[in-house]
Design a protein around this ligand. Sequence first.
Ligand code: HPA
Length: 274
Amino acid sequence: MTERVSNALNMVRGLTPFVPKVAVTLGSGLGNFAKNIRVECEIPYRDIPEFPVSTAPGHDGRFILGYVEDVPVICMKGRIHYYEGYSMEEVVLPLRLMAGLGADTLILTNASGGINDSYQVGSLVILTDQIASFVPNPLIGKNDAEEGPRFHDMSAVYDKDLQALLKKAGEEENIPLKEGVYCQLTGPSFETPAEIRMLKTIGADMVGMSTAVEANVARHIGLRVAGVSLISNLASGISKEKLSEEDVILAGKEAEPRFERLIKTFIKKIGEEE
Ligand code: HPA
């Protein structure tokens, strides 16, 4: 563990003895999920020494610790993106902190551009795999063998049992769910139509700017990972419309009630697993 992570951990431990089971990262326009949490403690990122602060629109920037359906969770309201100018090490720092506090399961949510022809704006998609080959690997550098091996297995990034639980949650809540492969690019520009044709050819179903590097590090440190994406727009060239940040946030608002129900029921099911 780096000094930066242990300093952050010590600071949070000084504020609360709360031990989360599930860590949740909330994506663009989905931040209001936090209102489903029976809050025990809130910690703005800026209060944590040497911690990155999210600057992206729609991203608030605080940890919320508390209970969802009696399951202890830690929620990242506002994530850190590489395109904000932070190093990959900084981007994944919050994950290391949430794992250090005790979380063993990570739910990553995001907004992404739909590439797969069966997706529509507002579709919710279970991540089954990912392509992170276009972004720097956050694990480059010295390996801490206590955290994970130098070369770690990536053959099943998104946990099969969690995917099955997500499907059950969707069925129970009557929320249709699709499945697909997420591809991360650095952003902050949206893609060109030619880039989207390339991504489609190599097997990507959706494209975004966050989740794959987070899932990678989470697997390295031994968390079970689930991912859900809201298709906030059809990717460049697939729809005739120009892409805008406002549309991403607007689609988030529209999908929010469905998304909230899905994640709440999913967390409840994770709590019932053992
Ligand atoms: N491309 C990349 N990232 C995104 C998009 C997109 O079309 N929509 C939401 N995040």
